[in-house]
Design a binder for this molecule. Structure first.
Ligand code: CDP
Length: 251
């Protein structure tokens, strides 16, 4: 987050630079089961973000000393492809990706029934192919669908999105320009019941703005949850109605 730039006009006739209302999400596309060799997977587009998540496990832990006797461990690796951003990113892990991996794992872990799988590991890999602000929330949304797609028992889904402040106005799901030149950014993840599992804040809100921004982000999460649900129901309903291939036998 850079200092607010007063010369930038973020609104035109009440609409944002990409013609959204302040409380509107960017267009979202979610697809489950996109990778043949992962146990579960998901591809998500949230505005300009393109992110893929792959889940492997529960499986044996390597190295073995990481094993937990009473539960599965969850590993989460967030990675940003070097071509995903305007200015080529140096490949490999850095402080930012370590931080995002940690908070994203902590956002998902509370709903995963890890006690069902002692001594094992559930691996979540998140690859950002194209970034446009909000990649951690897009990654969490994709990972949640990929975990469900892998058949990992969970108490509920997790949905995530950010609220921000630009030109003294609160906005839902900031895009890159708003994130870069805005005044605040607050990514949130939560269960459908409203239990918050991630809340970070960059920049400044007043107390009232904080409450309003949180309510706005929670509204966004509820909308995303409906899309995640629809995506999973769509995939598995399709499998149910088309269980067999029809084979025509010719004489
Ligand atoms: O992506 P997210 O908002 O979760 O994390 P961030 O650290 O606030 O980054 C915001 C945005 O800055 C990213 O989504 C990218 O579009 C951009 N970025 C970049 O251009 N180059 C980087 N090395 C890191 C981030």
């Amino acid at each position: 987050m850079e200092e607010c730039n007063d010369n930038i006009s973020f609104f035109k006739e009440g609409l944002r630079l990409d013609s959204r209302r302040p409380d509107e999400l960017r267009p979202i596309k979610i697809e489950a089961g996109v990778l043949a060799r992962a146990d579960g997977s998901c591809y998500i587009e949230m505005g300009g973000n393109k992110v893929i998540a792959a889940v492997y496990g529960p499986r044996e832990v390597h190295p073995r000393h990481l094993q937990e006797v009473t539960r599965a461990i969850v590993r989460y690796r967030y990675n940003m492809a070097s071509f995903s951003v305007e200015e080529r990113k140096r490949p490999g892990p850095d402080r930012r990706s370590h931080e995002i991996s940690k908070v994203s794992r902590e956002a998902l872990e509370p709903v995963i029934l890890t006690s069902y799988f002692p001594r094992s590991v559930i691996d979540v890999f998140v690859e950002v192919l194209q970034a446009d602000a909000g990649t951690r929330t897009a990654g969490i949304n994709a990972a949640s669908v990929a975990l469900a797609d892998a058949g990992i028992p969970m108490k509920s889904m997790i949905s995530a999105c950010a609220a921000g402040k630009v030109g003294d106005t609160l906005v839902l799901d900031p895009m890159k320009e708003e994130d870069n030149f805005g005044q605040a950014d607050m990514p949130v993840a939560m269960t459908p019941n409203g239990d918050i599992t991630l809340l970070q804040m960059d920049g400044r809100f007043t107390k009232d703005e904080f409450s309003q921004a949180l309510e706005m982000a929670m509204k966004g999460c509820r909308e995303i949850y409906e899309l995640q649900r629809k995506c999973l129901i769509g995939k598995y309903a399709q499998l149910e109605t088309e269980p067999f291939l029809e084979v025509q036998v010719c004489d």
